[in-house]
Design a protein around this ligand. Structure first.
Ligand SMILES: Cc1ncc(COP(=O)(O)O)c(C=O)c1O
Length: 454
């Protein structure tokens, strides 16, 4: 495996791209034999700054003429290992680790579309992403058109001459809806627009967006990559498809000499690097200070070691629980690709042979009141707004993760008053099922009591 140090200035590629997920998840980016102490796992480098061999060496780093570390706000040796590992897992050409999934989305979209661009966004996105697009990104002068990714005509119609990026989720939160990424990227690329895929729920263990035309992949590493609910982190991966030199006038900040940094970022493509990531790191990560700490990077690296195993179990258990809950009294609907009638069932068979993650949702017939009784009655499932933890978690999206959206926005992503999101953890399947059954009985009884009283 490669041990090439990813410089703060350079966006180096990962070593072995051909490895299976389980192998790359343990080895990519780190070689104990090349470490001075032969540390088997990547050490946590907590230094804020790095001692330079000379005045000239530091000057070269600032002039982007050499790779290396100067100051940890732009990168450090531990986050560099994580960057190489995710690059290998996604078969990309480079990556940047940042402080949260939200930072990853923010930086990817700002680097492509700010200032003054236009973004086409899926109608089924994490609530925080929709809020960012609607509010903060709009403050930066970037407008957005929302389109249903299951409606290819609507998707096509959303693109304009100003469109600089499109964003979708490979598995949508919270209803686990899939999409035909090959079709969506073909349309976007016909407009010379790169597609950013938030692949948080899928993780590279289930799906590689780059194999389906994605240009940029973002992750909330907080979720499955971490796997234990210990760390907030985000990742941006360049899959190597986007090349701003094809439409240089659209991305002048990448394709013309940058006064501040003294380089033309797009030149990095000629060296096998990513001009987009070079620009994103030099400008946005450094200016906004959205760096991932070395300790957090190490937590994510440990989590990734078991990613492949975990994703198999949670995907199988979520499918089993979704099928069990479907049609039970008190359940209006279950949102999971395996439920009869879901239009994305053929996509699950075609593109997700290893499963669709541990996240799915159910809608209770009694609306928010029933959802509240259901959540409170659970004992093994914990009420928390996270997913991808080793523990099974439950939340009520319309009053939490999607609470700041309009009713129409919530409806478009399948979030209704009775919707409850489940994130299946690593506990025993039968015990999880029994807990859901007793909570459902409690919710149904409470609705029955209200109806009888009325
Ligand atoms: C699909 C998805 N993307 C992005 C995010 C934001 O990630 P973070 O909380 O790490 O900032 C979340 C958070 O729930 C998410 O579910």
């Amino acid at each position: 495996m490669s041990t090439t140090a990813t410089g703060a200035a350079g966006e180096s590629t990962a070593g072995s791209r051909a490895s299976a997920t389980s192998t790359a998840g343990i080895h990519a980016g780190w070689d104990a034999g090349a470490d001075g102490h032969r540390a088997l796992t990547p050490p946590i480098h907590t230094a804020s700054a790095y001692a330079q061999t000379s005045h000239g060496a530091l000057k070269q780093l600032f002039q982007r003429r050499a790779d290396g570390f100067a100051y940890s706000r732009s990168g450090n040796p531990t986050t560099a290992v994580l960057e190489q590992r995710i690059t290998a897992l996604e078969h990309g050409i480079g990556a940047i680790a940042v402080a949260s999934g939200q930072a990853a989305t923010t930086i990817a979209l700002c680097a492509l579309a700010a200032p003054g661009g236009h973004v086409v966004a899926s109608s089924r996105l994490y609530g925080g992403t929709t809020e960012f697009l609607d509010d903060t990104l709009a403050d930066f002068g970037v407008t957005c058109t929302v389109a249903d990714p299951w409606d290819l005509e609507a998707w096509e119609a959303a693109f304009t001459d100003r469109t600089r990026a499109a964003i979708v989720e490979s598995i949508a939160n919270p209803g686990a809806q899939l999409l035909d990424l090959d079709a969506l990227t073909t349309i976007a690329h016909a407009h010379d627009v790169p597609v950013v895929v938030d692949s948080t729920l899928a993780s590279p263990a289930l799906y590689r967006p780059g194999d389906h035309g994605a240009d940029v992949v973002v992750h909330s590493a907080t979720k499955y990559l971490c796997g234990h609910g210990t760390t907030i982190a985000g990742l941006i991966v360049d899959t190597g498809r986007f090349d701003p030199r094809r439409c240089p006038e659209r991305w002048p900040r990448l394709t013309t000499p940058n006064r501040r940094f003294g380089v033309t970022f797009a030149d990095e493509y000629a060296r096998g690097g990513s001009g987009l990531l070079g620009y994103a790191r030099a400008k946005y990560v450094t200016d906004l200070g959205t760096t991932l700490s070395a300790s957090s990077a190490q937590q994510i690296l440990v989590g990734i070691e078991t990613l492949d195993l975990r994703m198999r179990k949670v995907s199988a258990d979520a499918a089993a629980l979704a099928s069990h809950l479907h049609g039970l009294e008190g359940v209006a609907r279950v949102e999971h690709p395996t439920i009869p009638g879901r239009p994305d069932a053929p996509l699950a068979d075609r593109d997700f042979p290893r499963g669709t993650s541990g996240v799915f949702s159910l809608e209770l017939t009694g609306g928010e009141d029933a959802a509240a009784v259901f959540c409170d009655a659970l004992s093994l499932w914990t009420i928390a707004v996270n997913l991808g933890d080793a523990r099974s978690l439950v939340c009520h999206p319309s009053s939490t993760t999607h609470s700041h959206l309009t009713d129409a926005q919530r409806e478009a992503c399948g979030v209704r008053p009775g919707t409850v999101r489940l994130s299946v953890g690593l506990e025993d399947l039968e015990e999880l099922r029994a807990d859901l059954d007793q909570a459902l009985a409690a919710a149904s009884a409470s609705i029955g009591a209200v109806t009888a009283a009325a």
